[in-house]
Ligand binder design. Structure first.
Ligand SMILES: Cc1cc2nc3c(=O)[nH]c(=O)nc-3n(C[C@H](O)[C@H](O)[C@H](O)COP(=O)(O)OP(=O)(O)OC[C@H]3O[C@@H](n4cnc5c(N)ncnc54)[C@H](O)[C@@H]3O)c2cc1C
Length: 398
């Protein structure tokens, strides 16, 4: 994902598009630009800069930045239909905007006033995009195994010195700032470091891009820090409040990200259903249209009912996240689980109807088959989330 050129600057108070107009513009973009070209972009592994620029122009990445910092102050519930439609086009677009939403939640919930002033206006305008980095080669769901460290510079200068490795940093080749989980000097518990991208790609902070089977067009970076000196880096929330608070801060922000991932799953389910309906109506087999056969009606009935169920659960999760309700984390996990498992299942169901027509390299279902598992992994491996949900239920006597 390439960052759009120098942006519109600190344009606080810029007119905000009404939610309905944003929805209509997103639908137009997806139907007239994304869907006709996505097979080619997927093949080329590129999310074109012009598409990202349009997304930025619509204010989608920094949409949740509050008005006082120049943003539209949109709620998660308002963004759900936008993320869903983007995902009907390509989940890579929904994924590309997600880290900036996570960064917004992190700053709004945990940042110092100076940190909010430093970053939020430029995230709102789209001048800057952010990345969010927890995962390491040896640490995914299990953050106890986190190894990356941040120590104070030996010369007593400002900032932090980083050592370690990170994996799967979405947008992490060109983002302007990375919210990175580290073990910071002074605490055994993880902290969240706000790390400007200065010096990335040079000797002490090297970057590789991971090649992926799906979710293409999104930069997935692997970082290696070898004594990277970052004078501009600081702990989210400040030296005192931020030290050792990274797990609470970063895992907390994942409720927003899990709703985003759930919308990716739902968008895939929508498209699988659309393909299944096309087959049911357009294909003649046996005694008549494919859709005149009971087994096809059953499959489509089940697809429709699961789409409706996931849609309802995502709406519940978004409302809980917006209200900062006690159960927001769990409902967001449940929505992400239902939608991602639903996406993998729905593609398989549709492919049973499309059969060989799902198997050419350019077939939409072929891409969806490669894209859907990303939603089972991103923002937490589903098995790990199921265990967490189960444990919490048992502990609470649910
Ligand atoms: C396309 C893509 C984009 C991504 N983007 C980002 C990103 O932007 N930022 C980021 O930080 N990460 C990102 N990730 C990483 C993703 O969040 C992790 O892959 C995910 O959290 C799972 O971690 P893992 O792959 O290490 O699997 P693991 O956590 O190792 O899971 C593997 C298995 O181990 C089990 N397991 C895990 N912990 C335990 C335990 N304590 N006890 C018993 N069993 C356990 C799990 O249930 C699972 O079955 C991305 C991943 C992908 C594929």
């Amino acid at each position: 994902v390439r960052r759009p050129g120098p942006g519109r600057g600190d344009d606080r108070g810029a007119p905000v598009i009404a939610a309905q107009a944003l929805q209509a513009a997103t639908e137009e973009l997806v139907s007239s630009v994304v869907l006709p070209q996505v097979a080619q972009w997927d093949r080329d592994d590129v999310l074109p800069a012009a598409v990202l620029e349009r997304i930025v122009e619509l204010g989608i990445p920094g949409a949740m930045v509050p008005a006082q910092y120049g943003g539209a102050g949109r709620t998660v519930a308002e963004l759900v239909p936008v993320w869903r439609v983007l995902s009907q086009g390509w989940i890579s677009i929904t994924g590309a905007v997600n880290p900036t939403g996570l960064a917004t939640a992190l700053l709004v919930r945990n940042g110092t006033e100076r940190q909010r002033e430093r970053w939020l206006p430029r995230l709102a305008s789209g001048e800057l995009l952010a990345s969010f980095s927890i995962t390491e080669p040896g640490a995914g769901s299990d953050i106890k195994r986190l190894r990356t460290t941040a120590t104070r510079p030996a010369d007593g200068g400002p900032g932090w010195v980083l050592d370690g490795e990170k994996r799967w940093v979405a947008g992490g080749v060109s983002s302007a700032v990375v919210f990175v989980m580290v073990r910071a000097q002074g605490s055994d518990r993880p902290s969240c470091l706000v790390l400007p991208a200065d010096g990335r790609g040079e000797g002490a902070w090297t970057v590789d891009e991971l090649d992926k089977i799906g979710y293409r067009g999104v930069e997935s970076a692997a970082y290696r820090f070898a004594g990277h000196v970052a004078p501009g880096a600081e702990l989210l929330g400040g030296d005192e409040a931020g030290l050792g608070a990274g797990a609470r801060q970063m895992l907390g922000a994942l409720d927003v990200g899990r709703v985003n991932v759930a919308c990716r799953g739902l968008g895939i389910m929508d498209r699988a259903l659309a393909v299944a309906l096309g087959e049911a109506r357009g294909r003649e087999v046996g005694s008549g249209a494919l859709g005149s056969h009971t087994h096809v009606q059953l499959r489509i009935g089940e697809l429709r009912s699961r789409v409706m169920a996931v849609e309802a659960l995502i709406a519940r999760a978004a409302a809980a996240v917006d209200a900062r309700a006690d159960d927001a984390g769990e409902v967001a996990i449940a929505a992400k689980l239902a939608a991602s498992e639903g996406a993998v299942w729905a593609v398989d169901q549709a492919a049973r109807l499309a059969a060989s027509r799902s198997y050419t390299a350019d077939a939409e279902l072929a891409r969806l088959r490669r894209d859907a598992p990303q939603t089972q992994i991103g923002e937490g491996a589903n098995d790990a989330l199921l265990i967490a949900l189960g444990r919490a239920g048992i502990a609470a006597g649910a």
